[in-house]
Write a protein that binds this ligand. Structure first.
Ligand SMILES: *[C@@H]1O[C@H](CO)[C@@H](O)[C@H](O)[C@H]1NC(C)=O
Ligand SMILES: *[C@@H]1O[C@H](CO)[C@@H](O)[C@H](O)[C@H]1NC(C)=O
Ligand SMILES: *[C@@H]1O[C@H](CO)[C@@H](O)[C@H](O)[C@H]1NC(C)=O
Length: 433
C-alpha cells in the first residue's frame, strides 16, 4: 500500500500503466467476484486501458497497485474501478496514515420535511449513474472513476489536473466589483450568511447545459463556506456539472470539491487528491447521472445533503435519500473545523468571452427564471443545519448574480417547495452581447 501511495504521488500517468498491469498481472481484476458480464467488461476495458495507457514500463507492475476486485466499463466510456476501501486516495494524506474509517455518521440531522412524503410526490424514476448498467462494486470496495491519460493531457499540468483554475466562489458582499468579473466566472445564486451553519441541503433539478468552449463549464451546486474571501477561504462543494475539460465529454456528472486555502494548494474535484474518504460502494464521484430533465417535459432532481457530525466533527455527504457517500475529516479545514459562516446554492459558468462577446454557455436549463416549472431550472426545499443538528429553512436568504441579463435568479417560498429559487439563463443573447 505504501508503494501504491508512492506511485500515486509520483505521476498520474505512470499510475495508469500500473493500474492496467495490475489487472493483467495479479488477475485480481474482474476475477474473484465477477461473472460472465464482468469478465466481458474486463476484456473490453483492458483493450481500452491498453490504448489509453500506451507503453508500460515492466517494473511498474512490480510496485504494487490498489487491488481491484472488479472493473465496470460504463456506456459513456468511463472505466470504474472497484478499489478496496482502505486503498483509496484519501490515505495518501500524511494525517490519515493511521485513520480508522468511520463506516457511518454518528448522527443525521433531524429533518424538516417528511422524506418519504417528499419522495412519493416525485417522479417514480430516480436518478442513477450510467455505469450501473454494467456492474456493481462489491462490499468493502468503492467505485472510482479512472483517470485516463487524455484527461490529464487536457489539463495545463499534471499538478493542476482536478483543481480549479481560479478562485471561483461568488462573493455577494464584495466591495470591489471588478473582482467579480476577474476570472470570467458568472453565478446566479441564493445565499445566507451571518450565523453559524453546520450543513445544508437542497433538491437540485438536473439538466445538461450546452457548453460553448471546451475550457468552460456549467455547474449547479451548494457551497459550504468558512472564513473570509481571502487566501484562506474554506469551501466544501457538491452538485452536478458539465465540464469537457475535466471529463472529456458533455455529460452531466455528480461532483464534489473542497479547498482550505481558496483553491490554491489544497483540494480538488471528487477523489482526485487525498482528503475525502468514501464509504459508499454504489455511487462514483465524477460519474454521469441520468435521466436528465427535458425542456417542457419530465423533470428530474437530486438531493444533496452536507452536514457536520456533531460527535466526530467530520463533514458528511449524502446523495439522494439512501446514499451516504463519505466524509471530509475536520482536520482538512481551519474555519470549517468549527462551523460554516456562509452557505450558497446555485449555478456557475465560465465565460471565456470567445471572440470578445459573452459566451453562449448555458446555466441550468439555459432558460431564465421567469419561464418557471418545466422550463427553468430550480433548487427547492433549501435548508440549513443549525447548531442543534436540525434542518431548518434558511432565514434572511439573499440572491446574487453578476449580470442578470445573462443568468438570473428568483427566490420564492411555498408549502410544498419550502424555500426555493429558479435560476439560470442562456448566456449570450440580445441583452447580453
Ligand atoms: C501512526 O502510528 C505509528 C505507530 O503507532 C506512529 O509511529 C506514527 O507516528 C503514527 N502516525 C500518525 C500520522 O499519527
Ligand atoms: C461584470 O461585467 C459586465 C460586462 O463588462 C458588467 O456589465 C457588469 O456590471 C459587471 N458586473 C459586476 C458585478 O461588476
Ligand atoms: C460538447 O458540446 C459542444 C457544443 O455543443 C460540441 O461542440 C462538442 O463537440 C461537444 N464535445 C464532446 C466531447 O462531445
Amino acid at each position: 500500500m505504501a508503494a501504491a501511495a508512492a506511485a500515486r504521488r509520483g505521476c498520474l500517468v505512470a499510475l495508469l500503466a500500473v493500474l492496467f498491469l495490475a489487472c493483467a498481472a495479479d488477475g485480481g481484476c474482474g476475477g474473484g467476484v465477477g461473472g460472465a458480464a464482468a469478465a466481458a467488461a474486463t476484456a473490453a476495458e483492458a483493450s481500452a486501458a491498453a490504448a489509453a495507457a500506451g507503453a508500460q514500463p515492466p517494473q511498474a507492475a512490480q510496485q504494487g497497485a490498489p487491488r481491484q476486485h472488479r472493473v465496470a466499463l460504463s456506456p459513456d466510456g468511463d472505466i470504474i474501478d472497484c478499489v478496496h476501501i482502505s486503498n483509496q486516495p484519501a490515505f495518501d494524506h500524511p494525517f490519515l496514515k493511521n485513520h480508522t474509517i468511520q463506516m457511518r455518521p454518528d448522527y443525521h440531522p433531524e429533518g424538516l420535511y417528511d422524506e418519504s412524503k417528499v419522495a412519493s410526490q416525485q417522479n417514480t424514476q430516480t436518478i442513477t449513474q450510467m455505469w450501473h448498467k454494467n456492474g456493481v462494486c462489491p462490499e468493502n470496495t468503492i467505485p472510482i472513476r479512472r483517470t485516463k491519460k487524455e484527461d490529464v493531457l487536457r489539463a495545463s499540468s499534471i499538478r493542476r489536473y482536478g483543481k480549479k483554475k481560479h478562485k471561483s466562489t461568488p462573493n455577494p458582499m464584495s466591495v470591489d466589483p471588478d473582482m467579480l468579473n476577474e476570472s470570467g466566472h458568472q453565478h446566479a445564486i441564493a445565499y445566507v450568511e451571518g450565523d453559524k451553519y453546520y450543513g445544508a441541503k437542497a433538491t437540485i433539478n438536473v439538466w445538461q447545459p450546452r457548453i460553448e468552449q471546451a475550457n468552460e463549464f456549467s455547474l449547479s451546486q451548494l457551497w459550504i463556506l468558512g472564513g473570509s474571501f481571502g487566501q484562506d477561504l474554506n469551501s466544501i462543494e457538491a452538485g452536478w456539472q458539465v465540464s469537457p475539460d475535466l471529463y472529456g465529454d458533455n455529460n452531466t456528472r455528480l461532483f464534489t470539491y473542497w479547498t482550505s486555502d481558496a483553491y490554491q494548494a489544497t483540494g480538488c474535484y471528487n477523489l482526485l487528491c487525498s482528503g475525502f474518504i468514501q464509504i459508499n460502494n454504489q455511487i462514483a464521484m465524477g460519474a454521469s447521472i441520468s435521466p436528465l430533465s427535458n425542456y417542457g417535459g419530465s423533470q428530474y432532481d437530486i438531493n444533496i445533503l452536507v452536514w457536520k457530525d456533531p460527535k466526530e466533527g467530520n463533514w458528511w455527504l449524502q446523495f439522494g435519500n439512501d446514499y451516504v457517500l463519505g466524509y471530509w475529516p475536520s482536520f482538512l479545514f481551519s474555519y470549517l473545523a468549527d462551523s460554516a459562516s456562509m452557505i450558497e446554492w446555485g449555478g456557475e459558468v465560465v465565460n471565456s468571452e470567445p471572440d470578445g462577446s459573452h459566451t453562449s454557455t448555458q446555466m441550468g436549463s439555459g432558460h431564465f427564471p421567469e419561464e418557471g416549472f418545466g422550463k427553468s431550472s430550480y433548487f427547492k426545499n433549501i435548508q440549513v443545519v443549525d447548531s442543534s443538528n436540525n434542518l431548518r429553512a434558511p432565514s434572511g436568504i439573499g440572491s446574487f448574480t453578476e449580470q442578470s441579463n445573462c443568468y438570473d435568479v428568483q427566490n420564492g417560498n411555498n408549502g410544498d417547495w419550502g424555500t426555493y429559487f429558479y435560476y439560470g439563463g442562456p448566456g449570450k443573447n440580445p441583452n447580453c452581447p
